[in-house]
Design a protein around this ligand. Structure first.
Ligand code: SAM
Ligand code: SF4
Length: 327
């Protein structure tokens, strides 16, 4: 699918739950009333959407949440997606807490990549950010995933607390391990609005000062929003997903399906299409699902509106927490 701004849309992020077992301060600092089981799309419904999305050009699927591994049956969902002709990559974004329980089954299902969110390598800072004391077990799961030759990415959201943000230790992970460390700028969505993020130019300047020969790696760029850099001697790359400081919308290649079945054309806007209503209407055919997917792509705005202007329509901004959208 090509949208109105000539962007190819081939990637769908599918959130399978709005529940989480962590309490990241910028995402879900306290328990939020979660959706009833019946309000969440079943795996059958998700697969039906994907069956319609693939012929329209969706080839990459990311399973997200909330914490996706809280929902039973993720490996089986991965296996069914991988068996769907036309889907070339299925990956998962997780906080890693439950990964040990599912890693073998995810491998057997053919998972192509796992992104693990990790905001600090310091146990106490990690606990303060996530409410979780098991940093070591998550690091262990990173090693376990790599030992199974799974493509691993680390996603880091840094908070500006006034001092030097913790990027050095995280960058050093990519020296010794064959994984990409990606810094995501804090987005003013949900609880993220209360925090100041770290502008990526600051980290990039630090990279250039600390390491010789840092170069942008256009070959690793892919179709998504991350911009990658290589450091000589490092096994992995360093990526920046700079939603705010370098608006990345011109490279946007995605649509989102929330756990409650809303098709979202853009992370930042509240607008979307209620796909669940279509899926559960016995009078609607698969044609209506394809139509909704094409409409969502046609609705994609040129750019996000994280810094609203006087022209931003009243009430158009997303008010849901990130945990309910899927990142
Ligand atoms: N629970 C899983 C995890 O943490 O990876 C998947 C869902 S989580 C919502 C997906 C990603 O969104 C995480 O990497 C998280 O750090 C990021 N995220 C959450 N709130 C954010 C915000 N306000 N700005 C930027 N990234 C955010
Ligand atoms: Fe949970 Fe992921 Fe949000 Fe943290 S970022 S609260 S792990 S959904």
């Amino acid at each position: 699918m090509i949208d109105l701004f000539n962007r190819t849309i081939d990637y769908m992020r599918i959130s399978i739950t709005d529940q989480c077992n962590l309490r990241c301060v910028y995402c879900m600092p306290q328990k939020i009333r979660s959706l009833a089981e019946t309000e969440i799309l079943s795996y059958e419904e998700i697969l039906r959407v994907c069956t319609e999305a693939v012929p329209l050009g969706i080839h990459f699927i990311k399973i997200t949440g909330g914490e996706p591994l809280l929902r039973e049956g993720v490996p089986d969902l991965v296996r069914q997606l991988k068996n769907m002709a036309g889907i070339s990559k299925v990956s998962l974004t997780t906080n890693g807490v439950l990964l040990s329980r599912y890693l073998d089954a995810l491998c057997a299902a053919g998972i192509d990549g796992i992104t693990i969110s990790l905001d600090s390598l310091d146990s106490e800072r990690f606990r303060l950010t996530t409410g979780y004391t098991g940093l070591d077990s998550i690091i262990q799961e990173i090693h376990e995933s790599l030992s199974r030759h799974i493509k691993v990415k680390i996603n880091t959201v840094l908070i500006d607390n006034g001092g030097e943000p913790e990027w050095r230790d995280l960058v050093e992970l990519a020296r010794v391990l064959p994984l990409d460390v990606r810094f995501i700028e804090m987005m003013p969505i949900g609880y993220g609005r209360a925090f100041k993020g770290v502008a990526h130019d600051r980290i990039l300047r630090g990279l250039h000062k600390t390491y010789a020969g840092v170069t942008e790696d256009r070959a690793s760029q892919g179709a998504g929003p991350a911009v990658y850099y290589r450091i000589p001697g490092f096994k992995g790359a360093i990526g920046f997903i700079s939603a705010l400081s370098h608006r990345f919308c011109h490279t946007c290649n995605r649509i989102r399906l929330t756990a409650e079945g809303m098709l979202k054309p853009c992370l930042c806007y509240a607008s979307g299409i209620d796909l669940k209503a279509i899926l559960r209407d016995p009078d609607k055919t698969n044609e209506a699902i394809s139509q909704a997917l094409m409409e969502a792509v046609a609705m994609k705005p040129a750019a996000h509106c994280f810094t609203p202007t006087p022209q931003t329509p009243e009430g158009s901004l997303e008010t849901r927490a990130m945990v309910a959208i899927g990142g």
